[in-house]
Design a protein around this ligand. Structure first.
Ligand code: URA
Length: 194
């Protein structure tokens, strides 16, 4: 890793292998079908970060392909993007048993690898999906107060959004997420101009 001649994809593949070699969260790994590393364009301006894979994601090895993922796809379409245009990943890369919340230790264990992923991709904007993802990077912020408001921290721009799963059975939340999502193109434009 760190070799300048390596392509971005090769560097990401090496990070994925490192997670396995370092035996990160062995209990989660033992129960999971596979590691769900990430999907999309390695040259994207935008990286979306969720919480952890669910059942479908665990079976297929691809993030956000269940019900929440379907809504994420819809929101991407609403701003003229598809999954292939962006990069999608999670903090925790193995499915927690019965989809329980990831434990603090599990999130901490995966954070250095997530940071390495971001260093390779170098996105202009990191969109955090849900409070777990937000609080990994910005622990003092409350999603209910800062959603839809870009946050700059240590030279990186974040956009905190609610988790798409929260919107599945809540029409108000659905609209809030769509409204927050609609801000993404102008935020990216502003970052590119600055
Ligand atoms: N929820 C997440 O946070 N991530 C996924 O990949 C799927 C559902």
């Amino acid at each position: 890793m760190g070799d300048k001649s390596m392509t971005k994809q090769a560097k990401l593949d090496a990070i994925k292998q490192q997670i396995i070699d370092d035996n990160i969260t062995p209990e989660l790994a033992a129960h999971a079908t596979q590691l769900v590393f990430g999907e999309g364009s390695v040259d994207s301006d935008i990286v979306f970060i969720g919480e952890a894979p669910g059942k479908k994601e665990d079976l297929k090895g691809v993030p956000f392909i269940g019900a929440a993922g379907k809504f994420l796809n819809e929101m991407l379409e609403s701003i003229g993007l598809s999954r292939q245009d962006v990069y999608i990943t999670n903090i925790v890369k193995y499915r927690p048993p019965n989809n329980r919340d990831p434990l603090p230790d599990e999130k901490t264990a995966f954070l250095p690898y997530l940071e390495s992923q971001l260093e390779v991709i170098q996105p202009k904007l990191v969109v955090t999906l849900g409070r777990h993802s937000l609080n990994c990077f910005l622990p003092d912020l409350q999603i209910g107060q800062v959603h839809g408001q870009p946050q700059e921290f240590k030279g990186r721009m974040y956009l905190p959004l609610f988790h798409p799963a929260a919107a599945l059975y809540n029409g108000g939340m659905r609209q809030t997420l769509l409204d927050d999502f609609a801000l993404i193109p102008s935020i990216i434009k502003k970052i590119k101009l600055s």
